[in-house]
Design a protein around this ligand. Structure first.
Ligand code: TRP
Length: 336
């Protein structure tokens, strides 16, 4: 079989990430590390979902910088723009175009039930814009244009993936087969990383306590300091346990980074205190993130190569997106 045929037989995966200023260790261990791994098995399409970012207030100069830095970070992490497709969402106009067709096939009632919309509109009552409301339709377009078999998403995006599936099924029933119905992808490994200061909360860069989270691009000293300050639990035994959320979170992180099992870790730190363990976790995380930071600094400096890569990426993406979009247009009855 030629290499071409082999790659055609691969299942397809799509996912996107919003251009946030600071992607965290939580984003890395929970999602991005799996994206890297999936490249061996699947034909992957990954995008920086910049259009989604303006559903909340953004400063134009900062947004621009964050889109570029997020794209550069995806490359630094090891996404391969040659073998796969890595692009910037707004560079492929079919996303917004398809989202109109999908909007007219989505009910106001079903959008109103989205929990993220309810949460976000309650948090920012001064900016409950229509884009925030219809955000899941744009996300459905992101997905359906590329006919992926699988979409890796975290728990907070599961409801949006469900609605994308519903929209696709309904569209296909009404107009004929256009879209593939994507399945959620639940990775075999993948860690849910909690705040280092309050392990009942997910690690989030919007946490007002900067010691609660580690950025992928934090430097070594900062990473180690944050782990040293991580909250632990009352006794001093390194053991995974429901009533020890702090230490359990650190074990999860250490395991995700080193590949050691929980049992191996508990054995390694038997009879040793929390201080030693926290330092070991900090060092392991710093060792893992250091080469990423180094590659990132190289990539972000070379604006010309960076631009070539994202232009190439969007050309590749658009070839696929355009086909699906025109098929949908034709089925709906537009004159092409
Ligand atoms: N909404 C997702 C988030 O905020 C990002 C996203 C946009 C996405 N389009 C997508 C994720 C398509 C998966 C598939 O995290």
């Amino acid at each position: 079989m030629s290499e071409q045929n082999i790659s055609e037989n691969k299942k397809r995966v799509l996912s996107c990430i919003q251009p946030s200023g600071m992607l965290t260790l939580g984003n890395y261990l929970g999602a991005l590390k799996n994206w890297i791994k999936m490249q061996d098995e699947f034909d992957c399409t990954f995008a920086v979902a910049d259009l989604h970012a303006i559903t909340v207030k953004q400063d134009p100069a900062k947004l621009k910088q964050q889109i570029l830095s997020t794209y550069a970070l995806l490359l630094a992490l090891g996404l391969d723009p040659e073998k796969h497709t890595v692009f910037i969402q707004s560079h492929v106009p079919e996303h917004t175009a398809l989202s109109w067709l999908l909007s007219c096939n989505t009910q106001f009632g079903e959008m109103s039930r989205m929990t993220q919309f309810k949460d976000k509109s309650a948090k920012h009552p001064e900016n409950v814009n229509v884009g925030l409301f219809s955000y899941p339709v744009l996300m459905a377009a992101d997905i359906l244009l590329y006919k992926p078999d699988f979409v890796p998403v975290g728990a907070d995006q599961k409801q949006h993936l469900e609605i994308a599936r519903d929209i696709a099924v309904r569209f296909n029933n009404k107009y004929g087969d256009v879209f593939t119905i994507p399945e959620p992808y639940i990775p075999k490994t993948g860690a849910r990383v909690m705040s280092l200061q309050d392990p009942s909360k997910k690690m989030s860069k919007s946490d007002e306590n900067p010691n609660a989270w580690v950025a992928i691009l934090d430097d070594r000293d900062t990473i180690i300091r944050k782990f040293k300050r991580a909250v632990t639990d009352s006794d001093s035994v390194v053991k995974m346990s429901e009533d020890k959320p702090g230490i359990s979170n650190l074990i999860t992180i250490y395991s995700a980074v080193t590949g050691k099992t929980v049992a191996e870790i508990e054995k390694e730190f038997e009879g040793k205190g929390y201080g030693e363990f926290k330092l070991a976790v900090g060092e392991a995380v710093a060792d893992e993130l250091a080469p990423i930071k180094e590659r990132y600094e190289e990539i972000i400096k070379d604006k010309k190569t960076l631009e070539e890569l994202y232009r190439e990426g969007s050309l590749k993406a658009e070839k696929v997106a355009r086909k699906t979009y025109f098929k949908a247009m034709k089925k709906v009855g537009f004159v092409l």
